[in-house]
Write a new protein. Sequence first.
Length: 93
Amino acid sequence: MHGGIPKGAGYYHFNVTLFDEETRAPITDAKVEAELKWPGMSSTTTKLEPMVYGYGSYGTYIKPHPGTSNQIILRITWPEHPPVETRFEYTFD
């Protein structure tokens, strides 16, 4: 999955599952990207890959800065639909 679990400590599996709002069907042909931003520090962007076992699920491994507020920006593009961007914050242990 996603090239295997990375070596070393501090990695998390990041997973997003998408459903069509009208039909409730899983979205299997989206392009999903996540950007992690750390206040006053750098940021990193990664593409999420389709999950083999979860229709409409996309994932990757991330290595956030522990103990600090991480802003996660999720960008989704889906054929014949406008792009979607959402943001949320999370502090990893």
